[in-house]
Design a protein around this ligand. Structure first.
Ligand code: SF4
Length: 275
């Protein structure tokens, strides 16, 4: 591993040779990794079989981490575009430059003229995780874009409406349930994203092995269908109707249990009528 870059304000110390146990932060499955460093270089990355959560699982993104780390095009210092080329800058100068430009754009065009985009690389970085909220609030821009929009925003919305905060996300208890209903989810491709369930293939197999059912609804027969006991095509755009039909069945069969929700529940009759 090369010496720390002195232009970086927080240089990482070089990792000594040997085996290092770390967690992959590329997605919230947070797989445990066993990383071998030899001669200052990462020579091997594999899933840590002793990690109690991921149990040795690793996906191609995790195994590619050394490529990311050693990529010759990896930015190690701020670059400023000058015409058709790029010039390196010192961090202090870069931060001052960005601050001045942000202010100028905001003064000239308003707060919404500054757009932001967030995805896993920033959301799973402890530095930006701590600072992004205050920074975005200070920017005051409504032009906020994120991979969340096409991923789990409905989940956040439901969490905010039902539990009071978009990060209060119910997580299915994959390892204990005997009936796992998935609608439009494809955990074999997402690696159990949002459920924080690395190695989802084995977890779905385990539901079946203990006699449970894995029911999947999707307009497309996805990779996950191979691991379901029941797969049903559903017409795109009709998920809400399916759920209402499910509720109707609950009401019709008298299966609803609402006594403990008396103080916090409203609109049951309207829901029943709609269903
Ligand atoms: S599933 Fe892949 S990207 Fe996500 S934490 Fe595990 S190795 Fe990393």
């Amino acid at each position: 591993m090369t010496a720390p870059d002195p232009t970086h304000p927080y240089p990482s110390p070089p990792a000594p040779d040997g085996v290092h146990y770390r967690a992959c932060n590329l997605c919230e499955a947070i797989c445990g990794l066993k990383i071998t460093v030899q001669g200052g270089r990462v020579t091997d990355v594999r899933g840590d079989p002793d990690d109690p959560l991921s149990r040795g699982h690793i996906c191609p993104k995790g195994t590619a981490l050394p490529d990311l780390h050693a990529d010759p095009d990896r930015l190690k210092t701020p670059l400023r575009r000058v015409g058709e080329s790029w010039e390196p800058m010192e961090w202090e100068a870069a931060l001052d430059y960005v601050a001045a430009q942000l202010r100028a754009v905001r003064e000239q065009h308003g707060a919404d003229a500054v757009a932001t985009f967030q995805g896993n690389p920033s959301v799973h970085n402890s530095g930006t995780l701590l600072s992004a909220g205050a920074f975005l609030k200070a920017l005051g821009s409504r032009s906020r874009y994120t991979a969340t929009s096409i991923d789990q925003l409905p989940h956040h919305f439901a969490g905010a409406e039902m539990f009071g905060h978009p990060l209060m996300l119910p997580i299915p208890d994959v390892d204990r349930t005997d009936f796992f209903l998935m609608m439009g989810a494809n955990p074999l491709a997402s690696n159990g994203s949002i459920m924080t369930a690395p190695g989802i293939r084995d977890r779905l197999k385990a539901i079946r092995a203990r006699g449970g059912r894995v029911v999947l609804l999707d307009p497309r027969r996805t990779e996950s269908a191979e691991y379901a006991t029941d797969f049903h095509h559903i017409r795109p755009g009709t998920d809400a109707l399916f759920l209402l039909a499910l509720l109707n069945e609950v009401f019709a069969s008298g299966l609803q249990r609402t006594a403990h929700l008396g103080g916090v529940m409203t609109g049951l009759d309207a829901l029943k009528a709609a269903a």
